[in-house]
Design a protein around this ligand. Sequence first.
Ligand code: DAH
Length: 340
Amino acid sequence: MDNDLSKIMEEAKARLAEARTQAETNEIRIKYLGKKGEITSVLKQMGKLSPEERKELGKAANIAKSKVENMINEKLEQVKQAEKAAQFKLEKIDVTEPGKDIRIGTKHPLAIVEEEIVRIFQSMGFSVYEGPEVETVFYNFDSLNTPDDHPSRDITDTFYVSDDILLRTQTSPCETRALLTKDIPFKIVVPGRCFRRDTPDATHSPMFHQVEGMVVDEGITLADLKGTLDEFAKQMFGSDTKTKFRPHYFPFTEPSAEVDVSCFKCGGKGCNVCKGSGWIEILGCGETHPNVLKVGNVDTEKYTAFAFGMGIERVAMLKYGIDDIRLLYENDMRFIDQFK
Ligand code: DAH
């Protein structure tokens, strides 16, 4: 039996030498010292022995037990240290390494210009109103007094989803939406994305952005429209900027006009930006047609309104001297990074 014990101890020692983890070491503890462990089973056989032999073996077994226990505890400590060291090595941070360069994003030029336009109108008391990009024919055309045979309704000009649903071609349908849902009087600007069936080239894109504006109140006249847009032009393009209203036609306004601003590059002398004319066209506008107000359930005896709409791309291209609209959608960081 003594022999058995020393064999068991040798074996335990050899196994411990090979153990690499806490789990492996604990398994060895169970194998030798557990309830069904090898030293325990030697002790269990003592019943068969004489009292003297039992005493002797009991002593030897207890010594073996505590030796194995010590070996295991020692090993456990070693393994724990080794595991910790390995983990530290893995998690070590080398504070002398150069830092990673974190790229700070920049605003897209269209976002910059849209925010600037909206901010200027907000400073004049306008609030922001938004509507859906997928629109009905009713809001996009019918409600805006657009004749049935107007060319803009053609499938060659407009993306139709079905007979009466389309991708809005302008932000103007939000005029009707606002008239039908908001309390009057109101002053709104509507920034948003629009779609037209244009073949992309340097100045055309099938997707583009507009800002619509509308003011409805008692006694609104063309003078209010001119004053508002004049103030906008001065804030947007510089305090010396002049505006010029040219008669035009839009179905939803009467009278209608296009607005030119004096060239912010040459001040009106003539240059490449204004193509020598000294003036740059920036928007369409007018007094809202009574038919539009009627669709919006507005009492046309009491209220009048004006509206305007401008292309954000056009303003951005003029302001930043961008000569190809497609640059605005390619997300080439070398381009976008220039607008910090
Ligand atoms: N919706 C017009 C367009 O896309 C722009 C426009 C012109 C809007 C006159 C208006 C307006 O509100 O009164 O060409």
